[in-house]
Design a protein around this ligand. Structure first.
Ligand code: BTN
Length: 278
């Protein structure tokens, strides 16, 4: 059943020191990320969180749409104001890692990150992260991290059902969106702290959560599958992908236009592209 997000309940449960101190709820908005882009710089507090129950023009990665049934999911954006535009891929992954950690604790099941920033459970996408940066001239003004989680979304389209799922489908427990969001914000605040202090353990934790980590995988770069295999070594301090090629040279890849295809998938390029919705 759809419900209205209970802001008071969230505030009572939330134990962060700064993330979400400025907490905004709008019942209906085109996109929480687009909205926070327009807030004047002088008024935007680091750690502002905006959530909506009804996002009418949600945006996903690669200019895709992000659809969420009103009152059943989590669609929110966090505005961070770091000093410099460095290591932002790692910041995105830090947030994805926090989401997987919270969901793993809740569901007691493996929750993984699929490069670049999808949240997967048992091969199905349950959420995603969209990062956008706004600059004031050359200076970074804000980083908007938008997170969409399918909490209790019903998928009717059979093709979509194969690829996506809701968190509720993996548990019999009732899920409170307010409680889930409070845990997510607490985990993201901790992740941000570790990101800020260049904690090396962070990228290790992220790497271990990534699909294909430690395996010989195929890489698809700009829609073309590389002829050789790579051993996926995870992400480095900047959040770049690192991999060993067949000549045992360490290669780094920084772009999002990369897909990691675990070898066990063993599908042809066309089949893979079909299943990835390309
Ligand atoms: C993806 O494509 O996997 C990323 C989806 C990100 C969706 C979230 S929902 C809240 C925020 N507002 C948007 O318009 N998009 C992000």
């Amino acid at each position: 059943m759809p419900s209205t997000f209970n802001v008071e309940l969230l505030k009572n449960k939330l134990h962060t020191s700064w993330l979400g101190s400025e907490f905004l709820y709008i019942d209906r908005v085109e996109s929480t990320s687009s909205y926070l882009k327009k807030v004047p710089s002088s008024e935007l507090v680091h750690g502002t969180v905006l959530i909506t129950d009804n996002q009418t023009k949600g945006r996903g990665q690669y200019n895709r749409k992000w659809s969420a049934e009103p009152g059943k999911n989590l669609t929110f954006t966090i505005a961070f104001r770091p000093a410099a535009a460095d290591r932002l891929t790692l910041l995105t992954l830090t947030c994805a890692n926090a989401v997987t950690t919270v969901l793993q604790d809740l569901l007691e099941q493996s929750v993984r990150i699929k490069w670049p920033n999808d949240i997967f459970i048992h091969g199905k996408k349950v959420g995603g992260v969209l990062t956008e940066c706004c600059f004031n001239g050359k200076k970074l003004d804000r980083v908007l991290i938008g997170i969409g989680l399918n909490v209790d979304q019903t998928f009717t389209d059979s093709e979509l059902k194969m690829k996506a799922a809701s968190i509720t489908s993996f548990t019999n427990k009732a899920i409170s969106r307010e409680e889930l969001l409070s845990k997510l914000l607490e985990a993201i605040e901790l992740g941000y702290k570790n990101w800020h202090k260049f904690d090396n353990e962070l990228q290790k934790a992220i790497s271990q959560k990534m699909i294909g980590y430690g395996e010989w995988v195929s890489l698809q770069i700009n829609n073309k599958i590389e002829s050789q295999k790579y051993k996926f070594l995870g992400v480095n301090q900047k959040g770049e992908l690192t991999a060993l090629n067949e000549q045992l040279d360490v290669k780094t890849f920084s772009y999002e236009q990369i897909r990691i295809i675990p070898d066990r998938t063993k599908v042809s390029e066309t089949e893979y592209q079909k299943s990835a919705g390309k």
